[in-house]
Design a protein around this ligand. Structure first.
Ligand code: 2BA
Length: 107
């Protein structure tokens, strides 16, 4: 078995959740915050069988898009033109950690 920790953008979370449920997968959805952008994202915890991993990867890939976000680098200071500096950051589609899972049970 595997434990998946799947970090997605909030904009993709509902559709991914819908598709997981539609395909009979169970997942726990957590509210999380990215350490770099310090913006909200969504983390799913999922226990799956080893052989389900390829299909779950497809579901994630189909439902989580890469997006470019502009991040102020010096938000409190304006440069000589009166503009604050910013940088573009490519976020997602999804960051996925796959961990070996020894056991999962419900009581
Ligand atoms: P954030 O930490 O807010 O990062 C958002 C995006 O900023 C990242 O997208 C990446 O493109 C960029 N980024 C992050 N750290 C950077 C740095 N030190 N220098 C330059 N750019 C940087 P993703 O890689 O798609 O990550 C999306 C979210 O997934 C992250 O949000 C974080 O919540 C999580 N994540 C990514 N890598 C992780 C890791 N190794 N461990 C734990 N969480 C991770």
């Amino acid at each position: 078995m595997k434990l998946l920790v799947i970090i997605v953008q909030d904009a993709d979370a509902n559709e991914l959740q819908k598709q997981l449920t539609k395909n009979d997968y169970r997942a726990t959805k957590l509210t999380s915050t990215g350490g770099f952008l310090r913006e909200g994202n969504t983390t799913f915890l999922m226990a799956i069988k080893d052989e389900e991993l390829p299909f779950v990867k497809v579901l994630i890939a189909e439902n989580c898009k890469e997006r470019t976000q502009t991040m102020p680098t010096r938000s409190f200071y304006l440069d000589e033109t009166g503009m604050s500096e910013s940088m573009e950051v490519v976020v997602g589609g999804a960051v996925v950690f796959v961990l070996p899972l020894e056991e999962m049970f419900r009581l």
